[in-house]
Design a protein around this ligand. Structure first.
Ligand code: G3I
Length: 323
């Protein structure tokens, strides 16, 4: 059997990546110069992350930006944001071809005014699809998915540095989640989504994002095998997001090795939705995750899934502030 020919990357993407690489090198060199003196040691999570060219971010619900404590903590401690819900399919395309970017734009404007990076979450997943999508079949669903990706990624081109292109497509045992996307479009849907995102925004980092991948296990290995296949065929994927929704006493014995094996495939790794349940091990577990990211050169940053326990999706005070 002849080996599949690696697909040439689009010229735009190559140029965009080369430009980004040069810029990143420049920024890294500059930041190294800025933060060399111990007298200027960073005192916030974002500034500390920036010392090694990384980011430390938080998921944001824009309705809380009017609360001074929320906005002050977000603007002071973090140097990156992601929309907790405002950039998902149900929010951005509530009706076929009718896009609503108001929530995402509000966050992008707020972040850009403060020099903060913006992650995009998430172009395609099984949850939070608008009602009109859920009944679509075959080519109609394929067209809807590709049109959605194009519409959203085009709108945020140049404003979002990384997209969770596909979210949560695998089960615990490593099999594919039998979502409408999987059932109607077949195994190729994830590749299709990445190619659509690459066409819409060749400069953005294109990520696969999932939970339950905080160890070398059946689920993370299935994703590892997909990424290895994508890289071997030139499918445009740049990063893997590890949500890392974990317990205070989570077994993280293979966490760093798992991140490293993905990095060794030639992709960045990002901790995308970190929160750690309250308990005796909570602080140490936050430390273990952070140290693992710092130890893996291609771990580009950490995002915690919220600013304050008051508004967390969880009820066990899993975040860094207040509870
Ligand atoms: O917007 C509606 C509002 O109009 C309505 O009045 C209200 C009450 O029904 O619901 C609102 O929608 C809620 C939405 O958050 C926005 O607040 C949904 O009910 C609620 O289910 C949804 O929860 C979000 C959840 O994803 C949905 O799966 C959480 O806030 C969000 O933190 C959570 O985030 C996910 C990531 O996207 C993917 N990884 C897991 C993570 C935690 O589940």
């Amino acid at each position: 059997m002849t080996e599949p020919r690696p697909r040439p990357r689009s010229v735009r993407r190559r140029l965009a990546l080369a430009t980004a690489a040069v810029a990143a090198a420049g920024i890294a060199a500059a930041s190294a110069l800025i933060f060399t003196s111990p007298a200027q040691a960073a005192t916030t999570l974002g500034a500390s992350a920036a010392e090694s060219g990384r980011y430390f971010g938080a998921a944001v619900s824009t309705q809380y930006l009017s609360e001074s404590a929320y906005a002050n903590t977000l603007g002071t401690e973090f140097n990156s944001v992601v929309a907790e819900n405002a950039m998902k399919w149900d929010a951005t395309e509530p009706n076929p071809g009718q896009f609503n970017f108001s929530g995402g734009d509000q966050l992008v404007n707020w972040a850009q005014a403060r020099g903060m990076k913006v992650r995009g979450h998430t172009l395609v997943w099984h949850a939070q699809q608008p009602g009109w999508v859920q009944g679509l079949t075959g080519q109609n669903l394929r067209n809807a998915m590709n049109n959605h990706i194009a519409g959203v990624a085009n709108h945020y081109e140049g404003k979002v540095f990384a997209w969770d292109v596909v979210n949560e497509a695998f089960e615990w045992d490593g099999s594919r989640r039998q979502s409408n996307l999987q059932q109607q479009l077949g195994n190729g849907w994830i590749e299709e989504a990445f190619r659509a995102a690459d066409a819409a925004d060749p400069a953005a980092r294109l990520c696969y994002n999932d939970y339950g991948t905080d160890a070398i296990n059946a689920k993370s290995t299935a994703i590892y095998n997909m990424v290895r296949d994508f890289k071997s065929r030139g499918v445009p994927i740049d990063c893997v997001g590890f949500q890392t929704h974990i317990a205070h006493n989570e077994n993280l014995s293979s966490y760093q090795a798992n991140l490293q094996r993905f990095a060794d495939l030639g992709v960045d790794v990002e901790i995308t939705e970190l929160d750690v349940g309250q308990g005796s091990g909570q602080a140490n577990t936050y430390g273990t995750v952070t140290n693992a990211c710092m130890a893996v050169a291609r771990c580009t940053g950490i995002t915690v899934w919220g600013v304050t326990d008051k508004y967390s999706w969880r009820t066990d005070n899993p975040l860094l502030f207040d509870g």
